[in-house]
Design a binder for this molecule. Structure first.
Ligand code: PEP
Ligand code: MG
Length: 569
């Protein structure tokens, strides 16, 4: 068995077709007629642009607009006068043949992009290589690999699957994809997911380990790959595949549906994200908004604080991707288990109880004000709402509101647009906030219950310590009482109450949350449809009965067992 990166979910069972790159060898001779060589290149360039545009069009109609954007990006690169100018000057000044000039110029651009420490530029390097191959094929009159005509049940095995190769694929014939390079966010992964083809990427040397026609099983979730499986394994994975497809087909029926109980009570079903790019997945999975954008990820894995402008662009991107749907953006929640080395924060005895989130931000206005200002500026581009983490006291919330008023005045003076009625809410994730929800409800525009931390703080149990993990459970009656209290107190004041902790996606808790009156569930993108389905299985009467019984129980075990016994599938 081999293990790679599971990049597109599903079980693929089929026979190998190895996709080898065609030979693009050419005779590297100096040219005598420079003008003729330049026009040979111009002709090839025009053909290449037309071909790529046609591929983008085809991709748009067969797969989707977002996927076509990759190829549209190639068209822009091809039209870039800097690149084509460089190729022509290599022909003119160095007397290179068009092939050599294309190769040298594209390699130089690709190396430049690859050397930049940024995933987007790394991807741009792959794009340039893809363009180089396409231009060389036209110049050398080499036929493309014909992926459109592979037999049904094909497992494509390639070093990499470039967008131009993928464009021709007929998903009904391709049971899976295996490659030697690429990761979860590479274009091949994005396209495989868009085409719903199971894919495992980044298995070193896989092309040399298989033969054409060999049977293969791959699991796009776990990244496992089995070569020449025996009958038993085949039967096991055929059953897994059928179960996966049946479940997926059933969930697809929930795309475009309202998130409503069986008797018609409508709730909002949003999603949690960590990076601006994740917003697209939320739209694809039919999320009704973003319930939590964990902005601390913008601050991690980099050498310095992102500037106000960088943050503005990130927030704006999410707002525009969601096209007017609500986008709740949480301000910086660092400290605890989330470290940012360049901030130089000292080690603490009890980091979860220490200098984190809003406590830190209120003392580090140099960090906080640019974030709040970027959020206000981005609010002109969608329905952005600001959420404050780790609130324990009302004065913390008032301090943020005060800061926001000052920043609004600055923006007015600068004539910069923003949403004057921007909603500002709090995460309820500490027992203090939970006990004070009736007071907070009068000042905050919304609540979102952070059950991950609320469980930790209510139970006085470190959420990452395995020795006390048995205490870390949202089914604990103390935690459930806290959740019920927050929802009911919020409702009594007409404050919108959501939940963005992991418990929002727990099907066992759905009837309780519905019964308490939760307005908004925010779950990971891949849990959206499953959560919509669970919600649809309950009537409010049934949910109320389950909640009443569950809340009468004394222990975590009793609650958990009871909820399992009444769960609906
Ligand atoms: C939570 O605490 O429930 C939450 C959603 O925030 P995080 O997991 O980022 O602490
Ligand atoms: Mg939290």
């Amino acid at each position: 068995m081999y293990t790679g990166i599971g990049a597109s979910a599903g079980i693929g069972i089929g026979s190998v077709v190895i996709v080898k790159k065609p030979s693009l060898a050419y005779e590297n001779v100096l040219v005598a007629d420079v003008a003729a060589e330049k026009s040979r290149f111009q002709e090839a360039l025009a053909k290449c642009i037309a071909k790529t545009e046609a591929m983008a069009e085809d991709m748009k109609s067969r797969v989707g607009e977002k996927e076509a954007e990759i190829l549209e990006g190639h068209v822009l690169l091809l039209m870039d006068p800097e690149m084509s100018g460089q190729i022509e000057s290599n022909i003119e000044n160095e007397k290179m043949c068009a092939e050599a000039a294309v190769e040298l110029t594209c390699d130089t651009f690709a190396q430049l992009f690859a050397s930049l420490d940024d995933e987007m530029f790394q991807q741009r390097a792959t794009d340039v290589c893809d363009i180089k191959t396409r231009l060389l094929k036209i110049l050398l009159d080499v036929e493309d690999v014909d992926l459109a005509n592979v037999p049904a049940g094909t497992i494509l095995v390639a070093e990499d699957l470039t967008p131009s190769m993928t464009a021709g694929i007929k998903p009904e014939n391709v049971a899976g994809v295996l490659t030697e390079i690429g990761g979860k966010t590479s274009h091949s992964a994005i396209l495989a997911r868009a085409l719903e083809i199971p894919a495992v990427l980044s298995i070193a040397g896989i092309v040399g380990k298989v033969e054409n026609g060999q049977k293969v099983i791959l699991d796009g979730e776990t990244g496992e790959v089995f070569l020449s499986p025996d009958e038993e394994l085949l039967a096991e994975y055929t059953a897994k595949r059928e179960a996966y497809l049946a479940e997926k087909a059933a969930l697809a029926a929930f795309i475009g549906k309202e998130s409503a109980t069986a008797d018609g009570k409508v709730v909002e079903l949003c999603s949690n994200i960590g990076k601006p790019e994740d917003a697209l997945k939320v739209v694809e999975c039919d999320g009704e908004g973003i319930g939590l954008f964990r902005t601390e990820f913008l601050f991690m894995d980099r050498p310095a604080v992102p500037t106000e402008d960088e943050q503005f662009e990130a927030y704006k991107k999410v707002a525009t991707t969601l096209e007017g749907k609500p986008v709740i953006i949480r301000t910086l929640d660092i400290g605890g288990d989330k470290e940012i080395p360049y901030l130089g924060l000292g080690k603490e005895e009890n980091p979860f109880l220490g200098f984190r989130a809003i406590r830190l931000c209120l003392q580090r206005e140099d960090l906080y004000r640019p974030q709040l200002k970027a959020l206000l500026r981005a609010s002109a581009y969608g329905d952005i709402r600001i959420m404050i983490p780790m609130i324990t006291c009302v004065h913390e919330f008032r301090a943020v509101k005060g800061m926001l008023e000052e920043l609004k005045a600055e923006l007015d003076a600068e004539s910069v647009p923003y949403n004057k009625d921007i909603k500002v809410g709090i995460m309820v994730e500490t027992p203090a906030a939970s006990l004070m929800t009736d007071v907070f409800a009068k000042e905050a525009d919304f609540f979102s219950i952070g059950t991950n931390d609320l469980t930790q703080y209510t139970m006085a149990v470190d959420r990452g310590n395995p020795d006390v993990a048995y205490l870390y459970s949202t089914y604990n009656p103390a935690v459930l009482r806290s959740i019920e209290r927050v929802i009911r107190a919020g409702k009594a004041e007409g404050t919108m109450v959501g939940m963005c902790g992991e418990a929002a996606a727990d099907p066992l808790l759905t009837p309780l949350l519905l019964s308490f009156g939760l307005d908004e569930f925010s779950v990971s993108a891949t849990s959206i449809l499953a959560t919509r389905k669970t919600i649809s299985l309950w009537t409010m009467e049934e949910a109320d009965a389950v909640a009443a019984k569950a809340m009468s129980l004394a222990t975590e075990e009793e609650v958990h067992e009871y909820l399992k016994s009444v769960a609906k599938k």
